[in-house]
Design a protein around this ligand. Structure first.
Ligand code: GTP
Length: 600
């Protein structure tokens, strides 16, 4: 295909504004996949994604479209993940395109994620084509939403297509605009090979599949290539295009999008953002924008049944083959036995990994509360800095000079009614107010600088409940800042419960200590003896309570009752036991490990 007849584009949208539906409709409209083969939501492939309705893994599709001018074009749709945890992947996908469809729900409007994605697209110099989706809904207000796109994003909407991905309205106009407005890729097929990997995944039958955009040169079956950042060599065993199923071809040249399969063992060797070049005639410089994954959130994962530690290690190893951003190292605690401290890009990434470990590997896990990475400067001559991602291992107060915690830029978009309540929330979470702007008809954008540790707790849930679901948020890493942080320890029955330790701001420590012991009292089941629960900073107890002893056993309640009811109760008790961990003589349920997130 000549480069002038290729168009590479992405779809950017806020969650639920209809990105996947639009992708599916475009794919079926261009006859790429026969209707009977259309699985609902073709582009979202993982089960968990489908259940949650969000895109995590990228996918792409090559479509052929004969335009009104009579020429046939190759349109490469490059999907982007729809969550802030994966914004690096989003930026690499956008770097592989020349244009982007900006899909905005005409009954809603511009949301925080829309804004963030548009900025990423502008950084990559993309032509942005606004599309007002869901025009079929009675509540659609295309004029208002157009004004919002103009005011907030500064984009021209005079040509914006009014579309419905669901009702198949406006699809041809969108395809025509892609052909007309998105620039063709430059024809640099005669230069040394450089291809940008924007997705790579592990296929258990084929090994690592790298999905890329050829930027310069050509790549063919049998080529010897290497990855410029990781240095990994590979032989191209198969090269092909996605329709969206893999279809082998012999060669792909500058401007084209496709995949290759070689002898690559782990996605860590072929990471998103890396540049594929020829081993014999390498390019001088790799493409810009490659970055290592930096985990932002850590937690401890422990098997409830300690015999399954080896299974957990094996499962994590398998997941890592397909997830270069997941990291883990062994962690041992007297209370919890052997487990792993794992690092994730964000909370969603963390939840996905936990869910896969439990579902796909059948593991029962105890998860400790998430923690961010603190920079701890020690009191020695060099003021050595150590990263601390495990509150229990925070060096004692006497040994450290200062603690710095990560801050993020937080952007909230909300209907005006909830501004007061959301400002209150942000202030409670130690946010520093930066700016407030009015978008349109009462919708407001709030900006804060706020500690990441305060955002990764239940901030999102709080935001949604305070705004009845209408507010949206987005954040990006800002910098490390010094703050007065202390380690709050918890003692259960006189023994330190390391996995319950947390790092909190000094001004919040007392309230947190109080809240935490009260919450634990609610969550830990009574035993045959009294259980004291204490919170302490260093040697100083700042809050304490106790769980009184149980008087009767559970069966006493069904005094004389029938046997099936007794069995049911015992079964219930046994099931409840699954997610328990023994702390000395006390059984602590999974919920208690998350108690720190639940303290109001
Ligand atoms: P993420 O993958 O999470 O980013 O979501 P998405 O943007 O892909 O949204 P998706 O395509 O899953 O659509 C969200 C919901 O909106 C679904 O219930 C769709 O059926 C519905 N929807 C999408 N397009 C339209 C449309 O044009 N009209 C109407 N009425 N509903 C639509």
């Amino acid at each position: 295909v000549p480069a002038k007849n290729i168009r590479n584009f992405s779809i950017i949208a806020h969650i639920d504004h209809g990105k996947s539906t639009l992708a599916d409709t475009l794919i079926s409209r261009t006859g790429t996949v026969a209707d009977r083969d259309m699985e609902a939501q073709l582009l979202d492939s993982m089960d968990i994604e489908r259940e949650r309705g969000i895109t995590i893994k990228l996918n792409s599709a090559r479509m052929n479209y004969t335009a009104r001018n009579g020429e046939t074009y190759v349109l490469n749709l490059i999907d982007t993940p729809g969550h802030v945890d994966f914004s690096y992947e989003v930026s690499r996908s956008l770097a592989a395109c020349e244009g982007a469809l900006l899909v905005v729900d005409a009954s809603q409007g511009v949301e925080a994620q829309t804004v963030a994605n548009v900025y990423l697209a502008l950084e990559n110099d993309l032509e942005i084509i606004p599309v007002l989706n869901k025009i079929d809904l009675p509540g659609a207000e295309p004029e208002r939403v157009c004004r919002e796109i103009e005011d907030v994003l500064g984009l021209d909407t005079s040509q914006a297509v009014q579309a419905s991905a669901k009702a198949n309205i406006g699809m041809e106009d969108i395809l025509e605009q892609i052909v007309e407005l998105v620039p063709p890729p430059p024809d640099t097929a005669d230069q040394p090979l450089r291809a940008l990997i924007f997705d790579s995944y592990f296929d258990s039958y084929r090994g690592v599949v790298c999905v890329f955009r050829v930027v310069d040169g050509t790549i063919s079956v049998g080529d010897q290539v290497k990855l410029m950042n990781t240095g990994a060599p590979a032989t191209v065993d198969e090269v092909g295009i996605m329709r969206p199923n893999k279809v082998p071809v012999t060669t792909l040249s500058a401007g084209e999008v496709g995949y290759f399969i070689g002898n690559i063992k782990s996605v860590a060797d072929a990471r998103v953002g890396d540049t594929i070049t020829s081993a014999k005639k390498p390019a001088k410089e790799p493409l810009e924008g490659y970055a290592e994954a930096t985990p932002m959130v850590y937690c401890g994962l422990f098997p409830t049944d300690s015999d399954r530690y080896d299974d957990l290690r094996e499962a994590l190893g398998k997941l890592q083959i397909n997830d270069a951003a997941l990291c883990y190292e062994p962690e041992q605690s007297s209370a919890m036995g052997f487990g792993f401290r794992c690092g994730f890009l964000g909370l969603l990434h963390m939840e996905i990994v936990q869910e896969r470990l439990e579902r796909e590997y059948n593991l029962d896990l105890i998860t400790t509360a998430p923690s961010v990475v603190y920079k701890v400067y020690m009191n020695d001559a060099e003021q050595t800095c150590v990263d601390c991602a495990n509150p229990a291992s925070l060096p004692d107060a006497g040994k450290r000079d200062r603690i710095e915690e990560p801050y993020v830029n937080l952007e909230l978009i909300t209907p005006a009614d909830y501004v007061g309540s959301l400002m209150e929330l942000s202030t409670q979470r130690r946010g520093e107010f930066i700016d407030m702007t009015y978008l349109s008809e009462g919708r407001t954008c709030l900006k804060y600088e706020i500690p990441l540790g305060e955002v990764v707790t239940d901030f999102f849930d709080e935001l949604k409940s305070r705004s009845k679901g209408y507010a949206s948020m987005e954040y990006s890493f800002l910098e490390y800042r010094k703050n007065d942080m202390v380690r709050l320890d918890v003692m259960i029955n006189g023994e330190p419960a390391e996995p319950l330790a947390c790092i909190v701001h000094k001004d919040k420590a007392y309230a947190m200590g109080r809240g935490l012991v009260d919450k634990l009292k609610e969550l830990i089941p009574r035993q045959m003896f009294r259980i004291p629960i204490q919170a302490a900073i260093g040697a100083k107890i700042i809050a304490s309570t106790s769980i009184s002893a149980m008087r009767k056993d559970v069966l006493a309640k069904c005094y004389g009752g029938d046997i099936s009811r007794k069995k049911k109760l015992l079964k219930k008790q046994a099931a409840g036991k699954k997610r328990m961990k023994q702390f000395g003589k006390v059984e602590v349920p999974q919920e208690a490990f998350m108690a720190v997130l639940k303290v109001d």
